[in-house]
Ligand binder design. Structure first.
Ligand code: DLL
Length: 437
């Protein structure tokens, strides 16, 4: 493996002063185009009495209105587009499972920029033109597969467009084609590791060296689990379709936060309740503004993802700010008996328990006036408790460990392997039945 390669040194290692100047110039151009061509933005700006020319510094960004998923839904399908459809060469949508999906488009230039941003984060994770990249995201409207596919091609790696599912075939291809990089959701990486164990496939016999995992939150404990079961270096990468797809941020091999491509996206952290911008280092909701995208510019898009930003220069030499692994989404944060609970906290506990899978789902309900939380865990195919007594003791132990971390009593239930629904390989983590009562 080559040491610490950087795809675009000019931008990734840009002194912050220069970077901020570039961001401002690109922001001003974006605002002008968005104001001129997108009714939703023009209306919002007019309501606040703002024109693009009022933004003369990056600090002025805070004056601008936010954009939410609801805006995209209200303008479904093409209302947020800033270019005529004849200039659009690709259309994707979010992996949303409820209501209308949000639609996003790309011009030729957007695709070029996107591929290069993905190439950056893949290079940072250790992928080179010598690699054979197996893409196990579903090819379709989801941005995951196409994003990583085009990024790999720009690097010059050999891409295997396997698509999602069919674990046995994934493993066969991995063995036969000597795949060296695996691309999928972290939960699917665990599924593959399990299947290999069942089949008696020794990870040492594979050529795999790196895994690029993203699309859903995952904990450090889950990283350790994947790395030790697949014998690879597992890196995290983050993105969302509304903003571009994967390629927004990715870890380098220091694995100490995901570098945000700040020359293409301006990141802010806000308090999700008051919507005020928080000082550097604070934990809050990530808000992103695109400054390069032509087809669908996003101004102050509320991602709902909870994280914090680190602006210190990384050991790898990149100056781009790093976002911490997300703690989950602000809309995934559960308040149970007054306690804030993030699914990631439960995941940390589960991964640390021998015989427990990080395939879980949280079901929140109300009994009378009381909130109740049930944690469903998929059992491994080979874990079966022949004695009820053993099973009860196991469930009891898991419940106690979760209680000791969260301070909230839970009921733990074992469910069949693969019974927790997944969309685009992403597991559905939370069902809150209190809202429908
Ligand atoms: O998941 C884009 C993507 C594909 C990113 C593949 C990385 C790899 P959406 O389907 O629009 O886009 O979902 C975006 O997924 O707001 C986060 O809540 C979550 N998410 C994505 N990556 C991560 C990650 C793609 N690395 C939503 N860690 C985002 C935590 C993530 N959450």
């Amino acid at each position: 493996m080559q040491a610490n390669l950087i795809w675009d040194t000019q931008h990734e290692c840009m002194p912050r002063e220069e970077l901020e100047q570039l961001q401002l110039e690109r922001l001003q151009a974006t605002l002008n185009r968005a104001y001129k061509n997108v009714t939703c933005y023009r209306t919002k700006f007019n309501e606040l009495g703002i024109v693009p020319e009022d933004v003369t510094s990056l600090a002025d960004l805070a004056k601008l209105p936010f954009t939410t998923k609801e805006d995209l839904r209200l303008n479904y399908p093409y209302g947020m587009f800033a270019v005529p459809l004849r200039e659009v060469v690709r259309i994707h949508s979010s992996s949303g499972t409820t209501g209308k999906p949000t639609v996003v488009g790309y011009t030729k230039n957007d695709l070029k920029i996107w591929s290069n941003l993905v190439a950056r984060m893949m290079t940072a994770a250790g992928v080179t033109h010598d690699d054979v990249v197996q893409i196990a995201f579903g090819y379709g409207m989801f941005t995951g597969a196409f994003g990583l596919h085009y990024g790999s091609e720009v690097i010059g790696a050999a891409v295997i467009p396997m698509s999602g599912g069919n674990s046995d075939k994934q493993i066969m291809i991995m063995q036969d084609y000597r795949s060296s990089a695996l691309v999928c959701t972290p939960s699917y990486a665990i599924t593959l590791a399990e299947r290999m164990e069942q089949q008696g496939v020794d990870p040492k016999s594979l050529a795999l060296k790196v895994g690029l995992f993203g699309g859903e939150p995952w904990s450090e404990a889950m990283r350790r689990e994947i790395e030790s079961r697949l014998l690879i270096s597992a890196t995290d990468n983050y993105g969302l379709s509304e903003v571009i797809g994967p390629g927004v941020a990715g870890e380098c091999r220091c694995k100490n936060g995901m570098h945000i491509a700040e020359d293409a996206f301006i990141a802010e952290i806000i308090d999700p309740e008051t919507c005020q911008v928080l000082p550097p280092g604070s934990v809050g909701e990530l808000v992103l503004t695109t400054v390069c995208k032509e087809a669908v510019p996003m101004i102050r898009y509320r991602t709902r993802d909870i994280t914090s930003l680190d602006y210190t220069t990384c050991e790898c030499g990149r100056t781009m700010a790093r976002m911490k692994k997300t703690m989950g989404r602000s809309d995934d944060m559960l308040i149970i008996k007054g306690v804030n609970v993030f699914p990631s906290q439960i995941e940390e506990v589960l991964v640390a328990i021998e015989g427990c899978q990080p395939h879980y789902q949280l079901i929140v309900d109300r009994k009378g006036a009381l909130d109740v939380l049930e944690v469903c865990i998929e059992v491994r195919e080979n874990t079966f408790f022949d004695e009820m007594k053993k099973q009860r003791a196991f469930l009891d132990m898991v419940g106690k460990r979760i209680d000791s971390v969260l301070g909230v009593g839970v009921t733990v239930k074992l469910v069949e392997p693969n019974s927790i629904p997944r969309h685009e390989g992403k597991a559905d983590r939370v069902i809150d039945r209190r809202q429908t009562r």
